[in-house]
Design a protein around this ligand. Structure first.
Ligand SMILES: [Fe+2]
Length: 243
């Protein structure tokens, strides 16, 4: 090899900036960088103030940008600390929470539940109505839409401390249930399992700035921002999966 070629090759190998320019430009990476986080926070599907007056903009800003971001950060850290968990879907992690570190339960649940929650809300007047199929199933299992709402609000009001109220599809019927902390009905050890159709966050961080200790007021007002269109979609997907 001529002397210049040997020098150039050595310079590229050493990444000398001046001579390295002569080397071919590296191809764009075909995959995400190895440092990419397993899970990420999606933007809200509406503006922070879009749900006022039911939920104020500052609550939404803190809830999404601080609380949910915190669950995502902690979940990523927990997965990185457990090589056996890397590459698993969030649903797979939730199914196995009983045998995994508590950080996966708390932060995996937090990430899943909040991702669902944001989509299940819409600005007042934009959430649509229950589909004929969902409305019929609600009447069958609860007697009426009002009776379902009462049961759902009671589940949220009676949850001691922090947690969630749920409407789930159990495989053959709709059921109202409640979970503590960031648990959810997908978890392998959930006492009542099913596919979420509606979810409401009853942690104080979801309502305290506006409603203070009046959780019942938050729960009754929340119907005004429920996104029935998303609930209809979740119900349709859950019942189709079960057939
Ligand atoms: Fe929350």
């Amino acid at each position: 090899m001529p002397m210049f070629a040997r020098l150039a090759a050595a310079a590229v190998a050493l990444s000398l900036p001046g001579l390295a320019l002569a080397a071919p430009a590296p191809a764009a990476p075909a995959q995400a960088p190895a440092s990419a986080e397993p899970f990420s926070l999606a933007p809200l599907p509406y503006a922070y103030e879009a749900l006022e007056p039911v939920i104020d903009a500052q609550t939404m800003r803190i809830h999404h940008g601080k609380h949910h971001q915190g669950y995502v950060n902690n979940l990523n850290a927990a997965v990185k600390a457990n090589p056996a968990l890397q590459g698993k879907s969030l649903e797979a992690l939730l199914a196995d929470v009983a045998s995994l570190p508590p950080a996966i339960r708390n932060n995996g649940g937090g990430h899943y539940n909040h991702t669902l929650f944001w989509k299940l809300m819409a600005p007042a007047g934009q959430g649509g109505e229950p589909s004929p199929a969902l409305a019929a199933q609600i009447r069958k299992d609860f007697g009426s839409l009002e009776a379902f709402k009462e049961a759902f609000q009671a589940a949220g009001a009676q949850r001691f401390g922090s947690g969630w109220a749920w409407l789930i599809w159990t495989g053959d019927r709709l059921a109202v249930t409640s979970t503590p902390n960031q648990d959810n009905p997908l978890m392998g050890d959930a006492p009542v399992k099913g596919a979420p159709v509606i979810a409401n966050d009853v942690w104080e961080h979801a309502y305290y700035l506006k409603h203070q200790n009046n959780r019942a007021g938050y729960l009754s007002g929340w119907w005004g921002v429920l996104n029935w269109n998303e609930a209809n979609r979740l119900f349709e997907a859950a019942t189709r999966k079960g057939k």
